[in-house]
Structures are given as C-alpha cells and as structure tokens.
Design a protein around this ligand. Structure first.
Ligand SMILES: Cc1ncc(COP(=O)(O)O)c(C=O)c1O
Length: 372
C-alpha cells in the first residue's frame, strides 16, 4: 500500500538516537535544549518541546489561562484535537467557516463570531498552507484576544516571508510520523511572548516552580520545589529530541522534495474535468503536508474506494469537527458550516511524502484518471 503520508528515517537519524540511548540522559538532558534551540532557528520564536501536537495545544490553552465559560473560535476542517484540548478546560467551542480554496479559517467569519467571552481565535494551517495570519492578527489585536496557530501541518512554511511560528501569539506543532518531520510522537509550542511560553513550559513540566524568588514556602532546603497551578508531564525525552535534531536538519530537503511532488501532481492533473487541485496563495511558501484534491461529491466515495483497492492508501482530512457526536449536546448540527461541509464532501488526500517516487506518482495519477 502506498500511504497518504509517511516518515523518512535515514542512518543519521538512527545514529543520533543510538547515541542518545548510550548517553547519561534518556530524558530531561541536554538534547532537549538542543532540539528546542534548533526549533527556534526554524520557526523564528523560542520553543518548548512536548510529547505530541495535542499536548502542545493543551499547553497553549493552559498558557492563556483558558477557563470555563471562555470561548475559542476554531475552523471545522481540522483534527478534533484543536477543539478537544480547549473543551477540557471547560471552554465553549465556537466554529467559524473556512475559505474555500485553502480550507483555512475565514477571518471575516472568525471576526463575526467574536463575543465578549472570546479569548482566542485558533487558526489551523490546513495541509501546510498558512492561514491568513495578518488579517487574523489585526482582528485579534482589535478585540484584545489571542491568536493561536495550530501549525501541526506547517512547520517549515512561510507566510509573506515570515516563518510559521513567528506571527501568532502561540504556535503549536506536531511531529507525528505523517507530519513534516517526526520524533515518533512529539510536538512543540512556540511563542513570541516569553511569559506565555514560560506558562506553557510550567504546565508541561508538572506545574513545578523551581525559582526560589517565586517560592511561597520559604523555610525549606535546597531540594525544595512547589506547585502553584496544576500541570502535567508532557516532557519529550532526549531519545526523541535526538531524532528531532537530525530531522530538523533534513526539513528543507523534505520540503523541496514535496514541492516537486506537488508540481508533478499539478502538471499531470491540472485542467482535468472533475478534479480541483490545491493552490498556493500569493506570497506563501508552503511545506506541503497533504495534497488535498477535490472531486465531485457524488463520485468521491467510489474514487476513494477505487484508489484504496489499487493499493493507494488515500485518506480524507477531515470530517468537519463539529459533526463529531460529542458536539451534538451543544446544538451543533450538520449543515451549519456549508463551506466546510462541501470541502469535506469533495476531499481526498493523495499520497504526499518526501520518499514518494516518480513511478508511484505516475501510478496514482493513472488510477485517478481511470476512476474519474
Ligand atoms: C491540525 C492538527 N492539530 C493537532 C493534531 C494533533 O497532533 P498529535 O497527533 O501529534 O497529537 C493533529 C494531528 O493529526 C492535526 O492534524
């Protein structure tokens, strides 16, 4: 089966992990900082590493002090972790529909959804294509709310010359194997605000306060550490940070290869009746995570099944998040966000990963042409 996405592990990745396994530190060691500094150079803001993209989102919401009754505005076309981690703080999830070309949150729809309880707009860079960050930034600033960017798909992408990670108040990343780089499981939080990153870090490290200047209990010994707000253990171990450091060195190579794959699909499929291809908006530089093609909704299922039968592991990304039964008790029903619903009814993610070969691309294209 040709998968829709997969990791690339080379000998240097393996050697880096072996070295970490033979070192003094399996976790909480020097490779954590090395990975975090290397990440900062790529995303343009200080970072902390965590155990997944879901953990990163959880930390982001903890950092802004999200609480019951607060509202966060999110797009429907995303993996439900974007919403679940906010809902776990008791926040109300509000949806705003997408832009039909990129499937990213529509800034106007997001602004229309703002109320006095809104704390954040959460943009998702679907497929790796950055959301309209300048417009969202302006709206967030105008209303005194946070802009959070779920960049699980988009590490290595640039928005108008600026790296993803350097624009939103908080940006979160995922390093799951299908993503732009991998640590097996893993993620990161970046923030342009040191105090927000510090809060995210504390939440991800059990809430422990280690700075004596901040202690409320002052009569203990040098071993002392204390908790002011509850946290969890989301620490990424050195073994996985070692892999991350080497994967980051390869990120640009992955990106160039995927851009070539993107071009091949466009060259082969552009202009064919019954298929709509993803496009890059002006002044974007995309590190493609997915290749979201769109077909006639009536034919989508047959095309999907036909491709799977041929050994092509296509995927649909994503069922609109508000369709999940967990949202039905909040009065959300299919049809409320029509642009998202239409996008979902058409979408099939074609294979997109750095090691996809020319022969495999030809095979995918041939099968699509036969099925369409
Ligand atoms: C948009 C989006 N956000 C968050 C996540 C969660 O990341 P992880 O699987 O690393 O927890 C994913 C993963 O699929 C995702 O696609």
């Amino acid at each position: 089966m040709i998968p829709y996405g997969r990791h690339s592990i080379n000998d240097d990745d393996i050697a880096a992990v072996v070295l970490a396994l033979k070192s003094e530190w399996l976790t909480t060691g020097p490779l954590v900082e090395e990975f975090e500094s290397a990440l900062e150079k790529v995303v343009g803001a200080p970072c902390i590493s965590v155990t997944s993209g879901t953990a990163a989102l959880h930390c982001a919401y903890a950092a802004i002090g999200l609480k019951p009754g607060d509202e966060v505005i999110t797009p429907p076309i995303t993996f439900v972790a974007t919403q679940a981690t906010a809902a776990l703080f008791g926040a109300k999830i509000v949806f705003a529909d997408i832009q039909p070309d990129t499937a990213n949150i529509d800034p106007q729809a997001a602004e229309a959804a703002i109320t006095s309880r809104t704390r954040a707009i959460v943009a998702v860079d679907y497929a790796g294509h950055p959301a309209e960050l300048d417009d969202l930034r302006t709206i967030a600033d105008r209303h005194g709310i946070y802009l959070i960017e779920d960049a699980a798909h988009s590490i290595g992408s640039f928005y108008k010359g600026r790296p993803v990670g350097s624009i939103a108040d908080i940006t979160t990343f995922s390093f799951f194997p299908t993503k732009n780089l991998t640590t097996g499981e893993g993620g990161a939080v970046a923030s342009i605000h040191p105090e927000l990153l510090e809060r995210a870090k504390r939440f991800s490290r059990q809430g422990l306060v280690r700075n004596p200047n901040e202690f409320k209990i002052t009569d203990q010994g040098p071993w002392h550490q204390e908790v002011h707000e509850f946290g969890l253990n989301y620490r990424l171990p050195d073994i996985l940070c070692a892999l991350g450091v080497n994967q980051l060195r390869r990120l640009e190579d992955f990106k160039i290869k995927k851009q070539a794959i993107f071009e091949s699909y466009v060259c082969e499929l552009n202009g064919i009746k019954g298929i709509e291809l993803p496009t890059e908006r002006f002044d974007m530089n995309v590190n493609w995570h997915l290749f979201p093609a769109r077909f006639d909704p009536i034919k989508r299922q047959a095309i999907f099944s036909g491709l799977r039968k041929a050994g092509i592991g296509v995927q649909v990304n994503y069922i609109p998040a508000y369709w999940h039964p967990v949202f039905s008790k909040f009065g959300l029903r299919k049809g409320m966000y029509p642009i998202s619903d239409l996008f979902y009814s058409q979408e099939i993610s074609l294979p997109m990963y750095s090691e996809l070969t020319t022969d495999e691309i030809d095979f995918v294209v041939r099968n699509i042409k036969a099925l369409i």
